[in-house]
Design a protein around this ligand. Sequence first.
Ligand code: UDP
Length: 201
Amino acid sequence: MEVSFFGSRVQALSMDQVDAYLEEALVQGKKTRIYTPNTEIVMEAKDKAWIRDLVNSGDLRLADGIGLVIGAKMKKIPLEERVTGFDVSIHLLKLAQREGYKVYFLGAKEGIAQRAAQEVEGDYPGLVVGSHHGYYEKSSLDQDLTQDEEEIIEEIQRLQADIVFVGLGFPVQEVFIHKASQRLGRGVWIGNGGVLDILAK
Ligand code: UDP
């Protein structure tokens, strides 16, 4: 079931359902784009068709924000629960550790993604195969990939990452995920904002 907020469609899924979806997607090698809209994003998408289309092209579109959970209740289509980008990210790390999947961290200021990787490695050795900061030359949705982006995508491919955390802020991270996942045709990609900053400390 889905709930539409000014044209942005969010799915009513519980954390358990998300876990089941991701386990299956990883086993099958199915390209999966995870976006986690909140009220701010929905409001920005309201008058911008390209952002709405981008959000709606996600394979998983989860309500990251109590505002949308309350909004859905008012529309009489209750979302099962609030499933945040942070929670899904942590579940992905645990799943990767359990099943031996490889994770790549992209985003945040110089040194943060690397520090986040070191922190995670303390708990789950061998899990994070690579990282890159989020301050490089970026293309917009309708432009060709920049040289920097080409290099990052090549690295993700070379390291055979199964799961990619992309924390570049909205909607830059969604644009990158859209293009990079199209190029590689596989992987679980999550646009997760400041998650790397949280993991780094
Ligand atoms: N960020 C980045 N590159 C940029 C802009 C932002 O890597 O060009 C990172 C920023 O350092 C932070 C994350 O994106 O780790 C989320 O940024 P912000 O809080 O501004 O975005 P939001 O998720 O609130 O939209």
